[in-house]
Design a protein around this ligand. Structure first.
Ligand code: RB5
Length: 150
């Protein structure tokens, strides 16, 4: 899979670990955001990169990381067509795919350790959308986007 991953400064160290993991699994990694953990980098810019890569077809899925995961998940969910699940454990990441057909996973580098982060990434990439009643709800989300997004 082609994975766009970006973070602010707070997510930099964890992002690098996730990138190595993704490469080891054979995924194509499109990396964006902060160049280090030292210099402040806005989670807004990082989130924009992930959302635009996914919506523009450069990436199949996105991973968005900031300190809490909250700011960057808000940013990516401002884009029509992005369904980002902010997760703090493997179950949430798995359900974001199974029930919500999430195309972006967000988490907080100050919230989860690297083992949990990698388990969430694995669940997010391997899990499939269950469809059926969940497809009805995702279509209802699309209708809301049509109503509320320019
Ligand atoms: C950066 O200090 C922090 O505000 C950011 O990483 C994130 O947690 C915001 O939601």
């Amino acid at each position: 899979m082609r994975i766009s991953i970006a973070s602010d400064h707070a997510g930099y160290d964890l992002r690098k670990k996730v990138e190595i993991h993704l490469e080891e699994l054979g995924h194509e990694v499109i990396s964006g955001g902060a160049d280090s953990g030292e210099k402040p980098f806005s989670y807004v810019e990082a989130g924009k990169k992930v959302a635009e890569d996914v919506l523009g077809g450069k990436a199949d899925r996105g991973i968005a990381i900031c300190g809490t995961g909250i700011g960057i998940s808000i940013v990516v969910n401002k884009y029509k067509g992005i369904r980002c699940g902010l997760s703090s454990n493997e179950y949430m990441a798995r359900m974001s795919r199974q029930h919500n057909d999430a195309n972006v996973l967000a988490f907080g580098a100050r919230v989860v350790g690297s083992a949990v982060a990698l388990a969430m990434v694995d669940a997010f990439l391997e899990e499939t959308f269950a469809g059926e009643r969940h497809a009805v709800r995702v279509n209802d989300i699309r209708a809301l986007e049509d109503e509320n997004f320019k």
